[in-house]
Write a protein that binds this ligand. Structure first.
Ligand code: HEM
Length: 493
């Protein structure tokens, strides 16, 4: 590829006007994202002044390099009612994220929570499935999937079931702060105020639970942070817990909805999945790539000068990475606009990259997989009714009615087989870890799986901290290799 010329003047950057508050954007952001891409890899939004990025590589650069690009600290602090590790970088970020990292490893989750998650889904599904069987149309967004992740995380935090409805409501209302942050209307301001009140309520509630767990710790996530030896202020402990509640709530419900609607709308792909149920994890990743939950994220240049998409940007410049556009970058994916569960696996930006990559990605994947496994098996014979037309390809597509069709369109998937190659691991003594650092995309998934062995350097690239780890860490090293979305870690033992 020809190297891009470097310019120093922001005036050289082309402009466009995009209204991210337009309901049409919320319904389907992809036409607007493609308009931005057509203007160039870096484009200034006349409305906000933000510099928008559409390519995979540029989004990965600014989302993944925490030392050059700061998160939206002010906003995150307001959202969670205090400083959390999402606002921090470097050693302190790793220290705080590390408190819960072991609990969010795929293996820990698989050992502890599938039954809990399944039960939450069964309880929520009972009514919807009865109505579907009676031939009714059910709004699966509100009526089924919306509350599943909040109830799951409430249970993981050990919140008593009587308090769960309040807990779910507060967590939902906090979403108004994000959704309406740039809406100056009276209604928008009122929703933000309601969201902030919800943050206060959740903070107060969590503070009381944390106090109680200090006296009587259990095996839940609140106890883990309440008794952690990592030095933290009380406000940091409370905000971290509130963040955990919020971060995986609406996001996971949306991914569930996107999976249901996308699979419902692609009968050919559903058939591929029906014939090979092992493709389910890959199908979920492809839905996430094709229909991103996180459309945009802000970063601020924190160095004097930094080069992005061929331009020198000055300190404090506001950048809006558009991971939804990066996930359909035609330079990275062939037929990027097509939904194809058989396409070669390549990491996408849906869970972020680098040190701030999602802590809960394994939990989200597990919940979605269990949900898809739980759906009723299709009735034999041809599908009745017409297949829905291709839906709008963005977030929050019209979910109502999709579940009614899913009843006959989706196969109840078999649980994902244990992809660990345990047999190969028996009775060996030395272990070698090879990492292709050139291909590392800095998702941080390996660090989440095994922080004793893997770290990220200042460029967000994986480093191996122990080349021949002790026997007790080896399972987790294998887990890290399997968790790596770019598949750059190889192990031999
Ligand atoms: C499909 C569901 C989810 C999606 C799409 C998602 C997406 C993301 C993304 C894109 C980031 C990085 C944000 C950035 O760099 O600006 C992130 C961070 C984070 N997510 Fe998730 N997430 C999901 C589920 C969860 C769940 C279930 C949890 C926990 C219960 C969780 C907890 C977090 C936390 C704590 C961070 C901050 C990590 C850090 O700053 O180091 N997420 N998530």
């Amino acid at each position: 590829m020809k190297p891009m010329p470097v310019t120093t003047s922001i005036a050289d950057i082309p402009t466009i006007s995009v209204d991210f508050l337009d309901p049409r954007f919320a319904a389907d952001p992809y036409p607007a994202l493609e308009e931005i891409r057509a203007v160039g890899p870096i484009v200034r939004n006349e409305r906000s002044g933000y510099l928008m990025l559409t390519s995979y590589a540029d989004c990965a650069q600014v989302m993944g390099r925490a030392q050059s690009f700061a998160a939206d600290v002010e906003h995150l602090t307001a959202l969670f009612g205090g400083t959390t590790f999402a606002s921090l970088s470097g050693a302190r970020h790793r220290q705080l994220k590390g408190i819960w990292a072991p609990a969010f490893q795929r293996k820990s989750l698989a050992a502890t929570y599938p039954e809990l998650i399944r039960q939450v889904i069964v309880d929520r599904a009972a009514d919807s499935i009865a109505r579907l069987r009676a031939g009714e149309t059910v709004d699966i967004a509100e009526g089924f999937v919306r509350a599943i992740p909040a109830v799951v995380i409430a249970s993981m935090l050990g919140v008593p079931s009587a308090d769960i409805p309040d807990f779910v409501r507060w967590s939902d209302e906090m979403g108004h702060i994000l959704e309406n942050r740039d809406d100056p209307s009276t209604h928008g301001r009122a929703l933000v105020a309601q969201g902030k009140q919800a943050t206060d309520n959740l903070n107060r509630y969590m503070a009381a639970v944390i106090d109680e767990r200090r006296d009587r710790p259990g095996g839940d996530l609140v106890s883990q942070i309440a008794v952690s030896e990592v030095p933290m202020t009380e406000a940091e402990v409370v905000a971290a817990t509130t963040q955990l509640v919020f971060a995986g709530n609406e996001t996971t419900a949306k991914l569930m909805g996107h999976c249901l609607v996308t699979l419902a709308a692609h009968p050919g792909q559903r058939e591929v999945l029906r014939q090979n149920r092992d493709l389910l994890p890959q199908a979920i990743e492809e839905v996430h790539r094709w229909s991103s939950v996180k459309v945009a994220t802000l970063r601020f240049v924190r160095e004097e000068q930094v080069q992005v998409a061929g331009h020198e940007l000055a300190e404090d410049t506001t950048i809006m990475a558009l991971p939804a556009a990066g996930n359909r970058d035609p330079q990275r994916w062939e037929r990027a606009d097509a939904f194809d569960i058989n396409r070669p696996r390549l990491a996408h930006l849906g869970f972020g990259v680098g040190p701030h990559a999602c802590l809960g990605l394994n939990l989200a994947r597990l919940e979605v997989e269990i949900l898809l496994n739980h759906l009723p098996r299709p009735e034999p014979g041809p599908a009745r009714g017409r297949d829905p037309a291709e839906p709008p390809s963005g977030r929050d597509p019209g979910l109502a009615g999709a579940a009614g069709r899913l009843r006959r369109q989706l196969d109840g998937a078999r649980p994902r087989g244990d992809r660990c190659r345990a047999g190969k691991r028996q009775g060996r003594t030395a272990m070698k870890i090879n990492v292709d650092t050139g291909k590392c995309i800095g998702s941080g998934a390996c660090v989440v799986a095994c922080e004793e062995v893997f770290g990220l350097d200042d460029d967000g690239v994986v480093v191996v901290l122990q080349s021949n780890p002790p026997a007790e860490l080896r399972e987790r090293v294998h887990e890290a290799a399997e968790a790596c979305p770019a598949e750059v870690i190889e192990t031999t033992d």
